[in-house]
Design a protein around this ligand. Sequence first.
Ligand code: NAI
Ligand code: MG
Length: 338
Amino acid sequence: MSQSIAVIKGDGIGPEIMEATLRVLDALDCGLTYQHIDAGLGALEKHGTLIPQESLDAIEKYGIALKGPLTTPIGKGFSSINVQLRRHFDLYANVRPAISFPGTRSRYDGIDMITVRENTEGAYLSDGQEMIDDGETGISVIKVTRKGSERIVRYAFELAKNNGRKKVTAVHKANIIKTSSGLFLDVAREIAKEYPEIEFQEMIVDNACMQLVMNPHQFDVMVTTNLFGDILSDLCAGLVGGLGLAPGANIGEKAAIFEAVHGSAPDIEGKNIANPCALLLAAAQMLDHLGMNEKGDAIRQGIRTVLETRRDMVTPDMGGTGSTDSFAQALVEYVQSH
Ligand code: NAI
Ligand code: MG
């Protein structure tokens, strides 16, 4: 089997962590062919735009992209590439796993959960949808649709089903925001009936925040609307030790883009100390998405083993004495010996 994927190396530390990640994917023998495409600062210099049409065409053609972090230039006229990609491909599901690894700043052992956030509506609408904005009063709109809720809740249940997960928790505020959050909850209850084999739980968002901090092991897959998902997914990243280990995917019908949650870290660019774990975990998520769950698991188990047993190969941000290259090397050795 050979699957082509679009690869965006990214800016700043992007090329370093991408090289590390592709080395590990190669060692796993995933049968992937990499189509390198331009985006970000490099593309701006070459094509005069942050994301040229030919890059969008390539993502559309291959359907899968692995993306390093991109620097959004400061100043007017540059809208974030992430937002552009999300709109262009209608990437409605933002999927963020949170796994606790040994030897990190994770607050708990044994956390393994996924937040599925609706990514196209909710409280995050494009400009011009404010109801009142006169300097004295600001009223914004929250938009929840049946179609938008159905597809995100169904996505969460399918993800649970295909990955052997047991429970989906719908997080809402339907007791107060009755119209929009109420519709989301109604739809979640309906869709849940289609999946009797998966436990369904409802939780009000403020309680969910407390429960996540007090007793995170009760969660498996969490599905929620845009604003709540934005906040909860960062809370989950904090629970397992911060953004250095946080991968994410933006998924639509036509394309899926896998990336690290952190940025291009220009302060450590070119020093061979960037932690490649988040992008590696995004690659693992991509392999799961492509049906290669065992290879995805190999990356996650490899990271666990390297963090536990090869501190000399681990990057300094995780308390090790190694480098980006040595971490990749340790992971390649793990993969080759298993
Ligand atoms: P950042 O995430 O790049 O860096 C914040 C801090 O975390 C820095 O001290 C950095 O050295 C450290 N850090 C981040 N990733 C690391 C890694 N893998 N290993 C070790 N340390 C790491 O956030 P910042 O500084 O706010 O943004 C820098 C640039 O990245 C900006 O241009 C921003 O627009 C862009 N950005 C891009 C994102 C994307 O493409 N998905 C997401 C967030 C920011
Ligand atoms: Mg956010």
